[in-house]
Write a protein that binds this ligand. Structure first.
Ligand code: ATP
Length: 381
């Protein structure tokens, strides 16, 4: 286990084999004053107190400072998913202890099996993760979270504990195969780990290369050509980052790869005009041009010209309303009137098409029309 003996560590101690193994190896390398173990007793399982007792006994025997947070809530009223809620609660506790004591890092006892299970789950879910598997180091609320035992297999950990006669808790929920992670856990074989790790590293390298290229492209405007110049997963990641960058992250985080694939297929197609609406996101392909807009930011006005307020007049750059008849209306909602309004003896949409006016230019062009005759009265070019 690689660890710097100059730093001070808060250790997440569940009482399970992994965190007891981590702590037992840590005290061989780092002075005990530089270690605080933190245990959260959720009172969720019947045997929760057993886990707490195991942590207390281990820390007492080895003279380690242990902080315990005992949770006292009624789980019947819990709205969120328990795992996510519990994770946030324990990480917040670790951060609190770390800051109070001016320590350096939070240590979490994920092992190689957790890393591989995470990778397999990501592949099976067909999502587009930023990293496959577990990262050695991440941050939580600006604090460093480090995973020093990622390179140890579960069997090695259990063998170590057995050889050294160290007591640990067995999590009863780990045996429950209704949890996806446990289902995977029960089917993977540690003998296959090496091969899986190689594949995982190749995937992560690929993500790295893509990310470097994407970071260069992302500030430019995407066109159909950008997508045609690239292929497959690069485009999926590019579109993902582009949408995330434009503030649509929440809309795409939980989607499967197929969702992005389908959008890309439409955007790369021969069709000259494509419109895709997802939540507030409006994606338009207008020949070579692609537009990604938030519908909320698109202002639509459609009213009698004499009812415009001063701000709306400025929006349409209208100073003078002299000469207009009573039933004169103004709008920028060209889409609504595309086949109803007539301009130079043509349907509005035909005129726009013939003159290759882009979708968004159409939305910023005021259309002044007579409500009865449906004729457009102003110059649209
Ligand atoms: N009740 C707890 N008290 C203190 N630390 C804990 C507790 N539960 C888990 N941990 C810490 O988190 C590590 C991972 O735990 P576990 O595998 O149960 O969680 P996970 O859901 O897989 O991962 P995550 O930490 O991302 O939630 C443990 O080895 C331990 O370091």
């Amino acid at each position: 286990m690689k660890i710097c003996n100059k730093k001070k560590y808060v250790v997440g101690l569940s009482g399970g084999p992994d965190s007891i193994f981590l702590l037992d190896n840590l005290i061989k390398k780092v002075k005990k004053e530089k270690i605080i173990a933190c245990h959260v007793n959720y009172n969720f399982r019947k045997d929760s107190n057993v886990d707490q007792k195991i942590c207390e006994d281990y820390c007492k025997k080895n003279n380690i400072d242990l902080r315990t947070k005992v949770v006292d809530v009624s789980y019947d009223n819990l709205k969120q998913n328990f795992e996510a809620w519990a994770r946030e609660l324990r990480y917040d506790f670790f951060v609190e202890v770390l800051k109070e004591n001016q320590f350096d890092k939070i240590l979490i006892a994920h092992n190689m099996n957790d890393d591989i299970e995470t990778y397999i789950m990501q592949v099976e879910k067909k999502i587009l993760p930023k990293y496959y598997g577990l990262k050695k180091q991440t941050t939580y609320k600006n604090c460093i979270v480090y995973r020093p035992i990622l390179e140890f297999k579960k069997s090695e950990i259990l063998e170590y504990l057995r050889r050294n006669n160290i007591h640990y808790a067995v999590d009863s929920t780990n045996l429950d195969i209704k949890y996806t992670r446990n289902k995977i856990r029960s089917t993977i074989d540690e003998n296959a780990f090496e091969e899986i790790l190689i594949k995982k590293n190749v995937e992560n390298k690929k993500i790295n290369q893509y990310t470097n290229k994407i970071n260069k492209l992302i500030t430019e405007k995407i066109t159909k050509k950008t997508l045609l110049n690239n292929t497959g997963e690069f485009n999926e990641r590019f579109l993902f980052s582009y949408l995330e960058n434009k503030g649509f992250g929440e809309l795409i985080y939980s989607r499967k790869k197929n969702f992005l694939k389908e959008i890309l297929k439409q955007l790369k197609s021969e069709k000259s005009y494509v419109k895709i609406a997802i939540g507030n996101l409006l994606i338009i392909k207008d020949r070579e041009n692609l537009y990604f807009e938030n519908i909320k930011n698109m202002r639509i006005i459609d009213k009698n010209i004499f009812d415009l307020d001063e701000e709306e007049k400025r929006f349409f750059k209208l100073n003078d309303l002299k000469g207009f008849e009573k039933d004169t209306f103004i709008t920028n909602n060209w889409e609504k009137y595309r086949s109803q309004l007539i301009y130079k003896n043509k349907k509005l949409s035909d005129f726009y098409k013939k003159n290759k006016i882009s979708y968004f230019d159409r939305f910023s062009t005021p259309i002044i029309y007579n409500k009865t005759s449906k004729n457009i009265l102003n110059n649209l070019l």
